[in-house]
Design a protein around this ligand. Structure first.
Ligand code: 5GP
Length: 253
């Protein structure tokens, strides 16, 4: 079989040329990074869980008419997605204060925000993904005003969908990050949700206990990241019951 052409390797995923024009194979790695890759580890099973979870969220979004890049899952670690041009922004939606918002504004972690707050960061690792305003985005041509209107409405629809899905299984959606892609159909351009939606890119807290079930477990050394992601997957009914166990084979006496 011909070797696939690697298009791009990021911190958590590898992109390969897809089987048909306009498609890409997205491979989920087990690598975990935080603080702009200053903290790194390999977490066995993380890629499998994120592949499944991203499939679950993107499929749901497609079903309610929020367009995403997701086409189908191919295997444990790979999914087929639409090739798109990534808008160079990280779109963050916050429902409760956490992370950089608490650091920047001194709002206590966990404070419910009066309404969802949408922030934009420039996708640039060298600069540490700095927060930017719509003025910057327009002035530097990263997206048009029409794009920004569409991105805001997509981000809020994703927020409503994810908040509801998580609430139904006793999890609070504190915040999340999405990436937006452009796909072209002749002269017509459409914006879609791209990249991934998983506990790597969301903050998820148990509603009863406040337990963190997202990448903060890794960022802050709070325990097993696989256990946290498996808990999310199990509650959503995404993984078969025993597939969250990624322990190595052990000898049975
Ligand atoms: P914060 O700005 O508080 O660090 O992040 C806000 C939300 O966006 C969190 O859910 C966080 O996981 C997500 N997020 C922000 N930047 C990134 C990033 O570069 N990669 C990923 N995977 N998630 C991010």
């Amino acid at each position: 079989m011909a070797r696939r052409k690697k298009i791009y390797e990021g911190k958590a995923k590898i992109l390969y040329e897809g089987p048909e024009p306009g498609t890409i194979v997205q491979y989920f790695k087990d690598d975990a990074t935080a603080f702009n890759a200053k903290k790194k580890d390999v977490i066995e099973g993380k890629g499998v869980l994120n592949n499944r979870l991203s499939e679950f969220f993107m499929t749901g979004l497609n079903q309610i008419g929020v367009p995403t890049h997701f086409i189908k899952r191919l295997n444990m670690r790979e999914q087929l997605v639409k090739s798109c041009e990534i808008v160079p922004l990280e779109v963050i939606v916050r429902n409760y204060a956490a992370g950089t918002m608490t650091q920047r504004l001194g709002i206590e972690e966990g404070t419910q925000l009066p309404r969802p707050i949408v922030e934009y960061c420039l996708k640039n690792d060298d600069l540490g993904d700095p927060l930017v305003t719509e003025e910057h985005i327009a002035a530097f041509g990263w997206a048009s005003q029409q794009d920004m209107d569409d991105i805001l409405s997509l981000a809020l629809r994703v927020n409503d969908f994810l908040s509801g899905v998580m609430l139904a299984v006793g999890i609070r959606l504190v915040d999340f990050k999405i990436e937006i892609g452009r796909i072209y159909d002749g002269d017509f351009m459409r914006l879609i949700i791209a990249d991934e939606i998983s506990p790597d890119s969301c903050r998820l807290w148990d509603i009863e206990t406040g337990e963190k079930l997202d990448k903060d477990v890794f960022r802050r050394d709070l325990g097993s990241l696989t256990d946290a992601y498996t808990e999310v997957a199990n509650r959503l009914g995404v993984m078969p019951k025993n597939s969250g166990q990624f322990s190595k084979p052990t000898l049975i006496n």
